[in-house]
Design a protein around this ligand. Sequence first.
Ligand code: PEP
Ligand code: MN
Length: 261
Amino acid sequence: MTPTMKSALFNREPNDKPYLISGPCSAETEEQVLDTCQRLAATGKVQALRAGIWKPRTKPGLFEGVGTKGLPWLKRASELTGLPIAVEVATAKHVEDCLAFGVDILWVGARTTGNPFSVQEIANALRGVNVPVLVKNPIHPELELWIGAVERLQKAGLEQVGLIHRGFSSYGNTDFRNAPMWHLPIEMRRRLPELPLLCDPSHICGRRDTLAAVAQQALNLGFDGTMIESHQNPDAAWSDAKQQITPEVLRDLIEGLVWRH
Ligand code: PEP
Ligand code: MN
């Protein structure tokens, strides 16, 4: 992307179809990334590809991501499909590595948004760079931290900052992996009306059968689009297996959504 160009997410007309980012929770192998991404592109529904390279796992000993060796796989997926790529960053080094590989869109994960030191470090590493950054809500329902993260990035000069609602953690079993608490993203939209707002049904639901209902609810509430995880073989995924769907199931899900009112 040239320095003055705006990502399509930040250049939307009111009647544009919802923006969709999709790809695996984690990049696992080059074959998995390329197959998933090419099948996603073939659906014609996706505007950007995603994959986690560095994974923030709750406990040690789980798959923590392939690291920088996955970036060339994503770059190749982008070249083959013509679609921009999005990657989660949690440190200044992640930012440097992504920029070196020409990653088109960065996102700040829920665990990082809740940590002002980390967000400031990311903002400092992005000073003077025109790259879109999407900020997920913090894990707990604290809107001021979410807004604070946006402000840190904007104060570093970033003009393309957007929001991703991925639900909020609560103790005990609920119907959701992370409760949507819809009033909170609605309040965010009221406070920051200029920022694109996406919904991440995958991390809200934590399962496949409720993804469509949550995506539909987001569109009903005027969200600009969704980020939904997709995998070539979801049951075999190395992270978030229960909530991932194949590109073809994603196509059907998107076709079932009503978005023009
Ligand atoms: C992810 O998008 O794979 C992820 C780790 O999400 P979150 O930060 O919302 O938990
Ligand atoms: Mn995930």
